[in-house]
Design a protein. Structure first.
Length: 132
């Protein structure tokens, strides 16, 4: 398993991107859940939402840089992975590190994103079962 510089979960509710939880080596990033950002083109986050596919590289647009700054990462490359539920992106996993480390662990990170989707589905089913 690889340890990465920073990681965060964002909730996309167009046109707003909201922070949910972010972590760094020493623990959680404070006040990250207070982050609200208006998404506008060009944006790697919007690209991930529209394509439902990952995006890796330097975050360059002003909106993307604000999101990276909120999680305490500024100049490092990132990989954005969609967490898809019922054909809709419900969250975006953002992992920030060197391009070399991100490339080496891309397969593992993609598996984590798929497992997150499965966990959300299980929680939804469990809640529906408990309502009956």
């Amino acid at each position: 398993r690889h340890r990465h510089f920073r990681a965060a979960l964002f909730l996309p509710k167009e046109p707003t991107l909201t922070g949910w939880l972010a972590a760094e080596e020493n623990g959680y990033v404070e006040n990250f859940a207070d982050m609200r950002l208006e998404m506008q083109q060009p944006s790697s986050f919007l690209q991930v939402i529209e394509s439902k596919n990952f995006c890796m590289g330097q975050l360059l647009s002003p909106a993307d840089l604000k999101a990276a700054s909120a999680m305490g990462a500024r100049d490092n490359p990132a990989v954005l992975l969609p967490i898809v539920l019922m054909n809709r992106v419900v969250a975006i996993l953002c992992v920030v590190d060197t391009l070399e480390k991100l490339t080496r662990s891309l397969n593992e990170l993609q598996k984590i994103a798929v497992k997150c989707s499965m966990a959300f589905e299980i929680l939804i089913m469990r809640n529906k079962i408990q309502m009956v």
